[in-house]
Ligand binder design. Structure first.
Ligand code: PEP
Length: 266
């Protein structure tokens, strides 16, 4: 089991309205009430993160002010302000109370053509606002079949992180999300996730230093569900999960949190 605090993160993509987000929070609290999650969390390190669409951040933030769930955003612009119609900046998120932001999800890379160097700028901009970036990396099916998965992920890390001056002094999270596993029902094996997490950790040590590599939390994402999350969380170098589809339902998210609570207590 990992030594770093586990992190159970839900990426809602373009699902849930402000109203249904509020219902989610009420229902989640109910599902976790038998285990008294807030008291548990005071004694055991376990982080719950939810990444709703921008429009729902305010209401969720309010509903979670006295409840230990952090609310984050799914993306942000690299500039602080400017004539960029439709964009949202780090300072805006920070003022909304966001403490995390997902950067470089494979859907951003695919549909919005976001590349590693731009993602590096976004990571820097998030850190400058005191927001912890969750940087997503992962190979395509073809790249895995061709035996290039480790190289692809290393390139994604290097090109985004190596020019940063502040990165190794602050916290970031890395989410390993093989593209072929996202939303497909075809998860990586826990052994493959562990191998890649080990590789990511060694690249982080090379890019930064030993302490940065050892302390950075690495999540696995890709068709994580209540019935398979435990096998990932048990792995030494996997420090949590980034979950899409299965995080949309409060009962399903709560059951994954319960698995993480059990593992955290071991
Ligand atoms: C994701 O959106 O980051 C993700 C991993 O999705 P899913 O869990 O649905 O595969």
């Amino acid at each position: 089991m990992a030594q770093r605090p586990l992190c159970i993160a839900g990426n809602w993509k373009m699902f849930h309205t402000p109203k249904s987000s509020a219902q989610f929070v009420f229902s989640l609290k109910k599902h976790l009430s038998d285990l008294d999650f807030p008291s548990f969390q005071e004694k055991h390190p376990l982080d719950l993160l939810l990444f709703p669409p921008y429009t729902n951040i305010g209401v969720m933030q309010q509903l979670c002010t006295s409840y230990p769930i952090s609310i984050g955003a799914q993306n942000m612009h690299q500039k602080e302000e400017g004539a960029y119609t439709g964009e949202i900046s780090g300072i805006m998120l920070q003022e909304m109370g966001c403490s995390y932001v997902i950067i470089g999800h494979s859907e951003r890379r695919k549909y919005f053509f976001e590349e590693n160097s731009l993602l590096g700028e976004k990571i820097e901009a998030a850190l400058a606002q005191g927001i912890t970036p969750v940087y997503c990396v992962g190979e395509s099916e073809e790249e895995r079949t061709e035996g290039k998965a480790f190289d692809v992920v290393e390139k994604q890390l290097r090109e985004a992180l190596e020019s940063s001056s502040q990165i190794f002094k602050k916290e970031i999270l890395v989410a390993y999300e093989p593209v072929w596993a996202i939303g497909t029902g075809k998860n990586a094996t826990p052994e493959d996730a562990e191998d890649m997490a080990q590789h990511i950790r060694s690249v982080l040590k090379l890019l930064g230093n030993e302490a940065f590599g050892n302390s950075t939390r690495i999540l696995y994402g890709g068709s994580v569900k209540p019935n398979n999350i435990g096998s990932f969380l048990e792995k030494e170098n996997v420090d949590g999960a980034l979950i899409g589809g299965a995080s949309l339902d409060p009962e399903s998210y709560a059951s994954m949190v319960k698995v993480a609570m059990e593992i955290t207590q071991k």
